[in-house]
Ligand binder design. Sequence first.
Ligand code: ADP
Length: 164
Amino acid sequence: MGKLKIAVYPGSYDPITNGHVDIILRGLELFDKVIVAALKNPSKTHLFSLEERIEMMEKTFDKCEKIEIDFFEGLLVDYLEKKKTFTVVRGLRAISDFEVEFQMALMNRSLKDKIETIFLVPSINYSFLSSKLVKEIYKFGGEIKSMVPDIVDEKLKAKYSQKQ
Ligand code: ADP
């Protein structure tokens, strides 16, 4: 059997949106397996805990063997080594993403030369969507069900009704 092509798609996923889902599905066209890895970063404030973010991702991709949901702490390059791959997938929405993504890709490569970052472009419907925007809209009682998986819609509504 040939070697499996594995890619890691790292991010905050606070929470996962249909934009992320779109990138993951596109990734599956190119790779045998996509590992969606949520960053565990205690210095960053998240709306959802790591456990909640992971639970929502697991429920979104119920029973898909080609997708692994995981988390990582520390350097992405160390996590890639653990997962035995050199390939990172990231999504590019607009020019505004480019600078940060470019810097990160080159930084990861300077830490390890073999690392390649593959940028995928989402469907135009999701190209303006971000976790941050989704949270803002829910916070003010807006409805954008079509922008997030069902489980995320439920959890966001619950989170904000608790807070009020
Ligand atoms: P980070 O904090 O690492 O940016 P995010 O969860 O916000 O984590 O994003 C993870 C990756 O997914 C990034 O490469 C980001 O550009 C990409 N991404 C986020 N939202 C979308 C979207 N709507 N369409 C395409 N890519 C997206």
